[in-house]
Write a protein that binds this ligand. Structure first.
Ligand code: FA5
Length: 347
């Protein structure tokens, strides 16, 4: 029994076939194929009587209209062939146009734009760095010399052939966005107020919340008299704007060789106001990232005087931020190209 899909298919097929016809005998064959006694469209019209009334009301007018259209096109083609192909087929301006499929932003791009906008509003510029990094920028300059055990915190993807080069020049896929801090400070004098969003890579198995390729956001603020209070204010101001409600932060001691003290921060769950819900696994808090006061050795490495300048740095996972905001249960959805997921973010 005919349905809307099939009718459209027959129309498309007819249009393609009539386009190719060059002589009248073929045109007659085409007419028989579609409108003859056992023609494709004729059979569809015949099947109308067996359809439920509701369906017939939709399919009936469509099929009848198509029959008229076919007859019209056959007539025009016939005249065109008679005249030696000189009459061009007229354009039927009453036919509906083809819908153009417009692309749209990926959810991670949407979140990235929101984040950049908010930080711009807080006075932070955007700095970018390369995804292929040297060992020096990814580790040494961040107070992580070769053989430092804390290098194990980042499962590194090394690039082929890089082992034979000078140790500091060996190439890798950056494991975090922190090397951008170094590159930026080397080429700019304080005060510094930047964020650095970008993709990072780790030699890790994937699960619901981990991917081997994901987005991070680095933040860095250096000036005279910067303290942890500034860090806390910036984190809370950013996240309150991002989630559209007041957010409180919680800092706990942690270790990253490039900051001292090192911290890990969580935020009050924006969905249950810290009462405990499925988003925060009933904890009332969501873990967000690492942070701390930039280590004096890192400042020395870029030629800053740590007695005069201090500052904070933080790094958080953008994918996780997007997952929290849109209640996305699995990070892999961002990367597996399933359009049913991506299309939900069409504005
Ligand atoms: C770092 O990468 C530090 N560079 C962050 C930092 C910057 C600390 C500046 C201090 C100062 P960490 O490995 O914890 O830290 O990663 C930071 C965030 O990235 C995590 O909190 C998490 O949100 C996200 N993240 C880490 N691993 C993954 C992963 N495999 N998949 C998705 N997101 C991840």
């Amino acid at each position: 029994m005919a349905n809307q899909e099939e009718i459209k298919k027959v129309e498309l097929q007819f249009n393609q076939e009539i386009e190719k016809i060059g002589q009248e005998s073929d045109l007659e064959q085409l007419r028989i194929k579609y409108l003859g006694r056992k023609g494709l469209l004729t059979m569809m019209l015949r099947s109308l009587k067996d359809m439920p009334l509701e369906q017939r009301k939709v399919i009936g007018p469509m099929a009848n209209k198509l029959k008229e259209t076919f007859e019209h096109h056959l007539q025009i083609k016939k005249e065109e062939l008679k005249a030696g192909g000189e009459i061009k087929q007229s354009i039927d301006v009453t036919r509906p146009g083809k819908k153009i499929n417009l692309g749209h932003l990926h959810p991670l791009s949407i979140v990235l734009r929101q984040v950049v906008d908010i930080f711009n509003g807080l006075g932070f510029a955007v700095a970018e760095g390369p995804e292929i990094e040297t060992e020096y920028y990814n580790f040494d300059a961040l107070n992580l010399p070769a053989e430092h055990p804390a290098r194990d915190m980042w499962n590194t993807i090394w690039l082929d052939g890089s082992k034979s080069q000078n140790q500091k020049e060996r190439l890798l896929l950056r494991t975090h966005t922190s090397p951008v801090q170094i590159r930026y400070m080397q080429s700019h004098k304080p005060p510094v107020r930047i964020i650095s969003p970008g993709q990072v890579f780790r030699f890790e198995a994937t699960d619901q919340t981990h991917h081997f390729q994901f987005w991070q956001l680095e933040g860095l603020m250096i000036d005279e008299d910067i303290n942890l209070g500034h860090l806390r204010y910036i984190i809370e101001a950013f996240l309150s704007r991002f989630f559209g409600r007041k957010i409180q932060s919680r800092f706990e001691p942690s270790f990253f060789p490039f900051v001292e003290p090192g911290l890990q921060f969580s935020i009050s769950c924006p969905f249950c106001k810290s009462k405990g819900c499925s988003s925060c696994q009933k904890l009332g808090w969501l873990e967000m990232g690492g942070a701390g006061m930039v280590h004096p050795q890192v400042l020395r490495n870029v030629g800053y005087d740590p007695k005069k300048f201090q500052g904070f740095a933080f790094g958080l996972g953008l994918d996780r931020l997007a997952m929290h905001k849109y209640h996305i249960p699995d990070i892999r959805l961002f990367y597996n190209g399933d359009l049913r997921f991506i299309r939900q973010f069409k504005l």
